[in-house]
Design a protein around this ligand. Structure first.
Ligand code: GLA
Length: 407
């Protein structure tokens, strides 16, 4: 076994109604019983937004909602996928000819990312085929990473079906990389990444560092050997709040527009003409400091811990909204309503620009909170539709991905 591999739990299916039901559906679909089950949870980020790719720690939490897949390895080299939700159509592919459609990604493409990632990692010449039936409880398109959970689940399914093992860390790295097969890199997210890398590059130059070697804002801090608070002071000294034009950036770095485009800007940012370097860098360094503060409060648990944590979540939201500009009017409204009805802290979570909010609410106020938020926010037809998708729920920290086998 690889050190720290995902757990394999023996279970009595009769005591697990969801697994039992999935098994019955599997038998009626494929005519034989599954050999094992894999589960991977969705997640919500408590604090630390848009700083993981800048090299900083974040505080996500696995939620109880998940992707569960029943699996039977088969002798043919065909993977057959089915979903308990009839909106998601059946799909089958030969394991040696995986095609991932980036233009209009459907659910099976995410499965194929995990499948391909594991196959490539081990250089599998003769990967096994399998029958899979999937059951998902993570509301789709809600910023709770249902697609990442599906990629991770498929990765673990493929690993197990092919009799391989990996540590959780290795699996996570492979699945993060393999999600890019679907073109995640081409999303709005990556534009932000490019912005930030450029910010680091500029900062570096003005501090006498070799800016061509600085890829992330964390690299700049490490090289300068200063605290996050000192980085915030440096930003005030070095960057100006007014947006930078491409001409100004070229002048600062002493490079031509062509060099800026070919060496620094990503494909997505080739045509961007305004760069808010000060605001983006300020968000990243202050958010990184808030994550550390959040962790410290959790460790030390002072009497007013909840108030302090809530305040940090609120500050994070304001920074996301004003400095990183990744909120939107719907998220702003939802955060306001949540705070109004008793949340101690509330903020957008995940990439933003839509998606989801996370609120910290005392247990004794939870029921009234959910009732009031439902009434106040979910009034329009579109929002009501979201409610039917179980978009408003209470959750507590869930456990990570694992395999179930029948005891
Ligand atoms: C997306 C990405 C994460 C993270 C968040 C923003 O969810 O998948 O890695 O960058 O955005 O914090």
């Amino acid at each position: 076994m690889a050190a720290d591999a995902p757990d394999t739990l023996p279970v009595q299916l009769v005591e697990q109604p969801r697994l039992q039901k999935l098994k019955e559906m599997f038998i009626s679909k494929f005519g034989s019983a599954p050999k094992f089950y894999v589960r991977a949870p969705g997640r919500v980020n408590l604090i630390g937004e848009h700083i993981d790719y800048c090299g900083y720690a974040v505080l996500p939490m696995a939620i109880e909602q998940d992707i569960l897949i029943a699996v039977e390895p088969v002798k043919t080299q065909v993977v057959q996928l089915a979903n308990t939700n009839s909106l998601y159509l059946d799909f089958s592919t030969n394991v040696n000819s995986i095609q991932i459609n980036k233009t209009k990604p459907q659910w099976h493409n995410y499965f194929q990312c995990g499948l391909k990632g594991i196959q490539e990692h081990f250089g599998l010449n003769n990967p096994t085929g399998m029958n899979c039936l999937l059951d998902g409880t993570i509301p789709p398109s809600s910023g709770l990473s249902s697609s990442s959970a599906l990629v991770c689940c498929a990765g673990l399914v493929t690993l197990r079906a092919n009799g391989k093992t990996l540590s959780k860390v290795e699996l996570a790295e492979i699945c993060a990389k393999s999600e890019r097969y679907i073109g995640t890199e081409g999303g709005g997210m990556d534009q932000s990444i490019s912005f930030l890398a450029e910010e680091g590059t500029l900062l570096s130059k003005s501090k006498g560092l070799d800016w061509k070697r600085m890829l992330r804002l964390h690299d700049v801090q490490t090289k300068l050997g200063v605290s996050l608070e000192e980085m915030l002071t440096i930003i005030e000294e070095v960057l100006h709040p007014e947006p930078y034009s491409t001409e100004e950036i070229c002048k600062c770095l002493g490079i031509s527009l062509e060099e800026l485009r070919s060496q620094i800007l990503s494909q997505n940012t080739q045509d961007v003409s305004i760069f808010k370097l000060y605001q983006r860098a300020k968000h990243v360094y202050s958010e990184a400091a808030r994550v550390l503060e959040f962790k410290k409060i959790c460790n030390e648990a002072p009497a007013n811990a909840l108030q302090l944590l809530g305040e940090l979540m609120n500050q994070s939201y304001i920074s996301c909204k004003e400095m990183y500009e990744c909120s939107c009017p719907e998220l702003d409204r939802l955060v306001d309503i949540c705070l109004q009805f008793g949340a101690i802290g509330s903020r957008l979570t995940g990439a933003g620009w839509g998606g989801c909010t996370v609120s910290m609410v005392p247990t004794d106020k939870l029921n009234t909170f959910l009732k009031n938020v439902k009434k106040a926010y979910y009034q329009t037809d579109v929002q009501k539709l979201a409610l039917e998708n179980n978009s408003l729920f209470a959750t507590k920290p869930g456990r990570g991905a694992l395999v179930f086998v029948e005891a």
